[in-house]
Structures are given as structure tokens and as C-alpha cells.
Design a protein around this ligand. Structure first.
Ligand SMILES: [Cu+2]
Length: 176
């Protein structure tokens, strides 16, 4: 089967825009046909820091799925949860109640004080779509770190999908 040249150009443009979006030119959809995560990394933490953050890319499978939970071994942290960074409603001050802005002060998005984080209980993963967990947006929050996250070290993260089930990925600690 021959692919028309015009289509190839469009495909190349599409890949270029994906690369600009930070996806590194990879396909949006998963290779397994099920929802999955790639490029999981966590920010290096300082000694005594209680919290850490994990970022990754979710890739949709052939059908829509939902990420319903995350966990890490207790040797890494007491708990893991999904969070999103949101703009604070300066009118009502809502979303201010459960922020940990100060402790994550090295995050550029946190620095201006107009943003905070809140827990989310599920994240939709569209069929063949991509969801970015990145600084300033969705992230996985580790509470009660058992030890500092040291640059270059790795640990397991388990993601629970409604349809794809549990899948474990390796998280690499990076000095971002
Ligand atoms: Cu958070």
C-alpha cells in the first residue's frame, strides 16, 4: 500500500507539533492497545522534605479508560495521590484550604502564589489520546517520603486503570 506524499507531509507536521508539545515525537496512543504510562520521573528532594512529585505521560489505548488510583511501595512514601495544580479563585479564596504550595516552592508554577493543588480521584484517558502529568499541571503527589528521592535512583509506581487494570512503571528521579 502506497502512502500519498501529501499525507506523509501532514504526518511529519503532526509529529513535529507533538514534539513541540513535549512528547518527544512519540505516538500518542499506547503500543499495547491498552492505556499505559511512559516517561515517569520524580523531582529530586532535599533531606527532610516530606513530599515529592511524579510526572509522566498517559497514553490512551484503543478504548477510553480512566486512571482511578496510584500507589508506591511504603519504602518510598506513606501515600501517593493524584493532584492537579489549579488557579486560586481570589474572590472566594477557595482551593486555599488544602494547599502545600509552600513546601513545593521550587515549582515555578507555585511561586507566584496564585496557584495551588487539589486532589483528583480520577483522570480520563481518551482513546488514542494523551494526558500529560507535568509541572504546573497534573502530578502524582507523594506524602510522607521514607527517604529523600536521590537523583538517578528509581522506584516503582503502580497505576490502576478501570479497564487496563494495574500496571507498574519505573520512576526515575531527576534533578529538574
Ligand atoms: Cu500536589
Amino acid at each position: 500500500m502506497r502512502t500519498p506524499r501529501k499525507l506523509l507531509v501532514l504526518m511529519a507536521l503532526g509529529l513535529a507539533s507533538v514534539a513541540l508539545a513535549g512528547c518527544g515525537g512519540m505516538e500518542h496512543s499506547s503500543s499495547s492497545g491498552k492505556a499505559e504510562a511512559t516517561d515517569a520521573w520524580a523531582r529530586t528532594t532535599a533531606p527532610g522534605q516530606e513530599m515529592g512529585a511524579i510526572y509522566l505521560m498517559l497514553h490512551g489505548g484503543a478504548e477510553a479508560d480512566v486512571l482511578t488510583g496510584v500507589s508506591v511501595p511504603t519504602s518510598v512514601a506513606a501515600s501517593a495521590s493524584m493532584h492537579e495544580t489549579v488557579a486560586v479563585d481570589t474572590g472566594t479564596g477557595e482551593a486555599m484550604d488544602m494547599d502545600h504550595t509552600m513546601e513545593m516552592g521550587d515549582d515555578a508554577a507555585m511561586a507566584d502564589g496564585a496557584m495551588t493543588m487539589r486532589e483528583v480521584t480520577s483522570v480520563d484517558v481518551p482513546a488514542d489520546g494523551m494526558v500529560m502529568f507535568e509541572p504546573g499541571g497534573l502530578h502524582i503527589m507523594l506524602m510522607g517520603l521514607a527517604a529523600p528521592l536521590e537523583t538517578g535512583s528509581t522506584f516503582d509506581l503502580t497505576l490502576r486503570f478501570a479497564k487496563a487494570g494495574d500496571t507498574t512503571v519505573t520512576v526515575t528521579v531527576k534533578d529538574a
